[in-house]
Design a protein around this ligand. Structure first.
Ligand code: CDP
Ligand code: CDP
Length: 225
């Protein structure tokens, strides 16, 4: 394989998409785009404006009239990027419990997915991009030159996410995170796709660096074939 210029990374929550996506983007000098941010940003704005989360048309309209921007980090507080919604910095609120609990319901609605599709495809078309989500390889960038599906057991993912949240100062137990992930996995299942031509990497017991090397060797091995 020649160096891929479009890389899709899909997989369930806390499988390592952002971590690996960022490593690959930095390695190749590409943009990293985490599409989950869009669904989270829409959920945040809908909650702020008390929009009925079951009203697909209202959510789709909100998606079309809101201005979401993903920028390089503007503050050195551990963030990977800065997210603005209509000019408001919502980078950390996007990770809050109320967004986490409601995002899958918002994302499950076809009108919402359609409203957010073009912006994702537009970013994908610009090339030199690593894009992470649930449906990137199958729906958003079906022509991506490299498609990775990262997987891990829900127990391992819960352990990682609990550690991450507690390190960031949110006191939450492993059990609560596990329950949240199980609930979110179930709601996300209908829109999480393993593309036919994706390479699946199971990451249980493997560090981000090991997974990164595995992905590079997939690219390298194919290049020699
Ligand atoms: O980081 P984590 O995997 O926990 O979540 P995320 O990638 O920020 O995604 C948050 C939620 O957005 C997911 O649980 C899905 O409900 C939704 N999502 C989606 O439906 N499609 C995508 N391409 C990305 C996220
Ligand atoms: O983006 P996604 O929700 O798929 O996962 P993430 O936020 O990149 O990763 C969740 C946590 O798992 C982070 O704290 C990573 O350091 C850790 N982790 C990983 O991403 N990959 C591994 N192979 C092992 C741990």
């Amino acid at each position: 394989m020649t160096t891929p210029h479009t890389i899709a990374i899909d997989g369930p929550a806390a499988s390592g998409k952002s971590t690996l996506g960022k490593l690959l983007a930095d390695h190749f000098g590409y943009i990293y785009f985490d599409t989950g941010v869009l669904y989270r940003a829409l959920t945040y704005v809908a909650l702020e404006q008390a929009v009925d989360l079951a009203d697909a048309a209202a959510l789709a309209k909100l998606a079309q009239t809101s201005n979401f921007e993903v920028l390089p980090p503007t503050i050195a507080d551990g963030r990977q990027y800065t997210v603005l919604a209509n000019g408001e910095d919502i980078t950390w609120p996007l990770r809050a419990a109320n967004v986490e609990r409601n995002v899958s319901q918002v994302a499950a609605q076809p009108a919402v997915r359609e409203a957010l599709r073009d912006i994702q495809r537009h970013i994908g078309k610009s090339g030199n991009v690593v894009m992470a989500g649930r449906d990137i390889g199958a729906v958003i960038m079906p022509d991506a030159q490299l498609k990775i599906y990262l997987d891990a057991s829900v127990e391992e993912r819960a352990q990682r996410r609990a550690q991450e949240l507690n390190a960031r100062g949110r006191s939450i137990s492993y059990r609560e995170v596990l329950d949240d992930l199980n609930r979110r996995d179930a709601k996300d299942a209908a829109n999480t796709f393993l593309a036919d031509d994706a390479i699946t990497i199971t990451t249980d017991g493997r560090s981000p660096e090991e997974v990164f090397q595995a992905i590079l060797s997939v690219i390298g091995v194919e290049a020699q074939a």
